[in-house]
Design a protein around this ligand. Structure first.
Ligand code: 5GP
Length: 130
């Protein structure tokens, strides 16, 4: 059975897409800690980040760098924080989160509730910077 993220890659479940290439896909987290909170995944399904093939893992960071630079231009922040948890969805992913302080990347914090218009607007602005 496919993961929810594979269904997103295949377009079976909608997402606010930021970018994709042949190996990776980036989209907005639906329960964001901050505006612009983005997930980067390999299209190939692997549960645990550190089980990824070395080249795929390294390339995922390079792909994430481009996305992070675009998010920075759109969301005012000190920098883009990077987190890997994988406790909820068994498909390796990197969280890219605009942060100003350590507390901004705490996953215990309440998530933002954004409207569809807000998600579409932020995704469009980030895509325009790529
Ligand atoms: P983790 O596995 O890293 O602990 O958390 C999974 C993350 O994926 C959470 O931040 C959650 O909001 C996000 N997420 C879970 N399901 C979906 C979904 O269907 N669409 C999107 N865009 N994000 C999701």
């Amino acid at each position: 059975m496919s993961t929810i993220f594979t269904k997103i890659v295949q377009g079976e479940i909608p997402s606010y897409k930021i970018a994709e290439d042949e190996k990776y896909y980036a989209f907005l987290d639906i329960n964001p800690l901050a505006k612009g909170h983005t997930l980067v995944i390999p299209k190939e399904e692997t549960d645990y980040f550190f089980d990824l093939d070395e080249d795929l893992l390294a390339g995922m960071m390079v792909f994430s760098k481009k996305i992070a630079k675009a998010i920075e231009k759109v969301v005012p922040c000190n920098r883009i924080g990077v987190a890997v948890l994988g406790l909820e969805v068994p498909h390796a992913h990197i969280h890219l989160i605009p942060i100003n302080s350590e507390a901004d990347i705490s996953f215990s914090r309440p998530k933002l509730k954004l409207t569809e218009e807000e998600f579409l607007e932020i995704a469009g602005k980030i895509r325009a910077e790529l």
